[in-house]
Ligand binder design. Sequence first.
Ligand SMILES: C[S@@+](CC[C@H](N)C(=O)[O-])C[C@H]1O[C@@H](n2cnc3c(N)ncnc32)[C@H](O)[C@@H]1O
Length: 198
Amino acid sequence: MNIDSLGSPSYQNDDSFDELFSPRIRKLSKVHWTPLSVVKRAASFLAPNPGCKVIDIGSGVGKFCLVAAYYYPHSEFHGIEQRMSLHTAAEYSKEVSGLNNVHFMYGDFTELNLDGYTGIYFYNSFAENLYTFGRIDNTIQHSPSLYNYYANYLYKILEEKPVGTRLTTYHVSENEIPICYNLVETDFDQHLKMWIKR
Ligand SMILES: C[S@@+](CC[C@H](N)C(=O)[O-])C[C@H]1O[C@@H](n2cnc3c(N)ncnc32)[C@H](O)[C@@H]1O
């Protein structure tokens, strides 16, 4: 545990932040959770002014939301995660962080009403349906048809969002994003892409 006297996690670097989590979850970090530097850049785009409401689709242990909420206290960061064990870890981290602008939900994102979110963060969450290696665990179903179902569902949601909606994708191909989104900035060797709906 790396909890200081105020009960907060350390936001200094990835290794110290990840000490919040169990060894199993720490081991997954490099591949599956967004690095701190990327979170900061993504959040600066998704919360350009106070009062923004951002959703992380597939929030894992909550790293994106927690770090973003810490640096942008006047916006809200919400996460939805389909694995109960990861959701539980996220709730625990929220508690020790003391942040009140972060919220986690358990479930499949297709069951969530995505109206009202001004920004969306998406770290290629469905990709594990396409590969048999490097999965987080095997507690859920995986299949290429599930990938298509989720990707098509998200595509339609993105098409229906209001003009001005901000989207940040990490390790996602441009083909997955509707043509009505302008790619306005990239960073981290173009792995991080920042879009605005027109
Ligand atoms: C690559 S991890 C990213 C975690 C987090 N966004 C971050 O950047 O630290 C993707 C997460 O999406 C979750 N996920 C995949 N499909 C999902 C779905 N249909 N609904 C909710 N969560 C999903 C996975 O369980 C996994 O925890």
